[in-house]
Ligand binder design. Structure first.
Ligand code: GLN
Length: 441
């Protein structure tokens, strides 16, 4: 723990929003004492981990990397984090990310752009960039990110580590700051499938504080050993034939297909919605939901209030001064698609398309066991580049957002390449993606 705290202090990748040094050292001392007394310790006891700065942890600052919540201290602890604490894991750091999860590069933050673990001139990915970089750099053993449209999977891919977006509802969202509630997922990032499995098991389960959660069986080591149940793997033709795909990403993906075929598994090309449709459906719904969720941040109950003569002016100046341009863009967009005259044409159309996308997945999983895809169409951009063109940044989420809309379990596995490979299974079948990942190792 001490070593990792030191490394985090020295780190120049901008992954740290707050270091939880005192409590981490106290917790570590307790585990040491147990070991000295010969008491048995649990699997996660004494294991240091990081937390994306969007999770409530009582007594710590939870800023969402935003100016608005820069001085906000959590009043309670998120269910997922509490379960890890109960298992004896030791939180070291609140991790830098895109403000409120809004972004794909971890540049939309008041704490400075997160630098990629492999090449510091490139972005760390986002929005859980700090979490992925800390794992890649061994500053934490695992980190808890949040994935609404790719925020665990994409930075995991950019930094060559594992990142899982579980089935929606498998892990409680209570205490995760809401971005788009219908796709928000708690997700672990780690260096091994085994670590992902253990952390997933620890955090999973029904929670009365999140009515979308469901009970799930523990996934054992044995469960993910045999790959007998995987016979056919599918991929989306249009993702790979797209003009937007980087040649390197394409050839890495084709190499992965060859490897899978060589292991005796059938690979099938599938039809799917165009990337543009996926991205516009996702951003319509995500912006609508974030506009609603963030409406509570007006300086009354939380955050950096800027006082003016009237309440209306106070709300207005507090929000205008304290939200980033990217967050404001989403609030304005979200309120527009929800407003009279637009909602039927845009928002309801988005909901309808989401249903069609889910139906398409259900049909696909009658034919294939797992769907594979590159994590992103391109390699990580240079720091500074993606801020110049928000639309291009939205389009870079083309391969992750569809699986979010489908609420499906999806795992990024490192390939030693620039973006990694995503494995997706049918709803509630998180076990299968871990199994397939193990098989591909
Ligand atoms: N890049 C996507 C967005 O900005 C996904 C972010 C996330 O999953 N939090 O919406």
């Amino acid at each position: 723990v001490q070593e990792k705290l030191e490394a985090l202090k020295q780190n120049s990748n901008n992954t740290v929003n707050a270091l939880l040094e005192t409590s981490a050292l106290n917790l570590a001392a307790k585990v040491d004492a147990k070991i000295k007394n010969g008491e048995p310790i649990g699997l996660l006891e004494g294991i240091p981990f990081g937390i994306k700065d969007v999770y409530m942890v009582q007594g710590t600052y939870t800023t969402a990397s935003s100016e608005l919540l820069k001085n906000y201290k959590s009043a309670y602890t998120a269910t997922a984090i509490q379960k890890l604490l109960d298992a004896g894991a030791i939180p070291l750091v609140k991790e830098n990310c895109d403000s409120f999860g809004h972004g794909s590069s971890s540049e939309n933050t008041i704490f400075g752009a997160v630098k990629n673990a492999i090449n510091p001139d490139l972005v760390g990915g986002g929005s859980s960039g700090g979490s992925a970089v800390n794992v890649a750099k061994d500053y934490t053993v695992f980190s808890i990110g949040g994935d609404t449209g790719g925020s665990v999977r994409q930075p995991a891919g950019y930094n060559n580590v594992y990142g899982l977006k579980p089935t929606y509802g498998r892990i409680s969202r209570f205490g995760l700051m809401a971005y788009a509630s219908s796709t928000d997922c708690v997700g672990p990032i780690a260096k091994s499938i085994e670590d992902i499995r253990i952390v997933l098991n620890t955090m999973s389960g029904q929670d009365v504080k999140d009515q979308t959660t469901y009970a799930s069986a523990e996934i054992t080591q044995d469960d993910i050993q045999s790959s007998d149940s995987i016979q056919t793997v599918g991929y989306f033709k249009n993702f790979i034939d797209s003009e937007a795909i980087d040649p390197q990403v394409k050839s890495d993906f084709l190499a992965a297909i060859d490897k899978i075929k060589a292991k005796g598994i059938a690979v099938k090309a599938l039809d799917f919605f165009k990337s543009d449709t996926l991205v516009s459906t996702y951003y319509t719904l995500a912006m609508a939901e974030t506009a609603s969720n963030l409406s509570r941040l007006d300086g009354t109950n939380y955050g950096n209030r800027i006082e003016r003569d009237t309440l209306k002016e106070t709300y207005s100046i507090t929000r205008s001064e304290n939200f980033s341009d990217e967050t404001k863009r989403r609030i304005v967009g979200g309120n527009q698609v929800l407003s009279q005259g637009f909602s039927d044409e845009i928002y309801l159309k988005g909901l309808n398309l989401r249903d069609q996308i889910s139906e398409n997945f259900e049909n696909d999983f009658k034919e294939v066991d797992v769907i594979i895809s590159p994590v992103t169409p391109s390699t990580p951009p240079k720091i500074g580049d993606s801020l110049k063109d928000p639309l291009a940044m939205y389009l870079s989420d083309a391969y992750t957002v569809g699986f979010s809309l489908g609420q499906l379990p999806t795992l990024t596995i490192p390939q030693g390449t620039a973006t990694g490979l995503q494995l997706t299974a049918a709803k509630n079948n998180d076990e299968l993606v871990l199994k397939f990942a193990n098989f591909l190792k």
